[in-house]
Design a protein around this ligand. Structure first.
Ligand code: FAD
Ligand code: FES
Length: 280
């Protein structure tokens, strides 16, 4: 069992949890992830390691409530525990040699954009951060992102913070104004990462994407997270999650991400029924 030593709700749908996991904390590197099961019968779900403290022996994740398992996880209180956590998994991010970068985060990706931006900041890379939310009330981690960025741009779909538009529009403005980046790091929904890559390709800017494919084992054995990158077969869990975005076959990745949509819908519905005792 892995005890939750701290828990904080960042907004109605996003939770930060710190677990006691000394072995993982000792080995973790930025960009790696863990696979967690809430209970013995639970499914295995991957989460990026948002922070680790080898002294305290703890590992932090930040997750959005997306469906059945994340909803169940969000209900475990501080002091409670989850059945198991495996990690660190995946390859650490490689940011060596960068002097100036932009981190672009949207949707679920913002939880992952923060540790990436912090890792760049700690390497001394001058980093602009652009994040997007549906509306101002859903904005999270702004203070934390501000602290690790040269410039933070927060976009909202509805313009409620005075900055209406998608993250790609903000990035395009910067690139068109002559900003030069050694790399753009994009993390978020597949259509968003594809749009960022389409944009940066035209400017010849190296673009790193974090491929959060559906995963089961997280160790390269089940084949679930298969991707095509530069015409070659790759597994997001062991060859990534970071890849050269200009080489990723996003259309295939999007088709594969929809494979379990019906099962996810049924599972979420069953969870709702359990909560309401079947009453509808
Ligand atoms: C390497 C990696 C790192 C991730 N890091 C984070 C993170 O730091 N914070 C965060 O909020 N989310 C993260 N995710 C996504 C997170 O794993 C999913 O949101 C979670 O699995 C949803 O499960 P669910 O049962 O609540 O929702 P479901 O209803 O089962 O699924 C909702 C959506 O989540 C995705 N998903 C479902 N199952 C999996 C799975 N086993 N593996 C990957 N994606 C899945 C699918 O896109 C699906 O449509 C990460 C995913 C990967 C692969
Ligand atoms: S999750 Fe099974 S091969 Fe990657």
């Amino acid at each position: 069992m892995y005890t939750i030593v701290a828990k904080r709700e960042l907004n109605a749908a996003t939770v930060m949890m710190e677990f006691e996991a000394p072995l993982i904390a000792r080995a973790a590197r930025p960009g790696q992830f863990v696979v967690l099961r809430v209970d013995e019968r639970g499914e295995r779900v991957p989460f990026t390691i948002a922070g680790y403290d080898s002294g305290a022996g703890s590992v932090t994740i930040i997750f959005q409530i997306a469906g059945h398992t994340t909803r169940k996880l969000a209900q475990v209180p501080q002091g409670g525990a989850v059945a198991d956590i495996v990690g660190p998994l995946g390859l650490a991010s490689e940011f060596g040699g960068l002097r100036r970068a932009a981190v672009i985060g949207g949707g679920l990706g913002i939880a992952i954009a923060y540790p990436q931006a912090r890792a760049l900041h700690e390497l001394g890379v001058e980093t602009d951060v652009i994040v997007g939310f549906r509306t101002r009330e859903l904005a999270i981690l702004c203070e934390e992102l501000e602290a690790v960025s040269s410039e933070l741009t927060v976009m909202t779909d509805d313009g409620s913070n005075g900055n209406r538009g998608f993250v790609t529009a903000a990035l395009e403005r910067k690139l068109a104004a002559g900003e030069r980046y050694d790399a753009v790091v994009a993390i978020g929904p597949l259509p968003m990462m594809k749009a960022v890559c389409d944009l940066t390709r035209g400017y010849g800017v190296r673009t790193i994407v974090s491929m959060n494919s559906v995963m089961i084992d997280g160790t390269g054995m089940c084949g679930c997270c298969r991707l095509t990158v530069g015409g070659e077969r790759k597994f997001a869990c062991v060859d990534g999650p970071d890849f050269d975005g200009h080489l990723v076959d996003f259309d295939e990745a999007m088709a594969r991400s929809r494979m379990f949509r019906e099962e996810e819908r049924i599972s979420a519905q069953a969870h709702e029924c359990n909560l309401t005792g079947g009453a509808r």
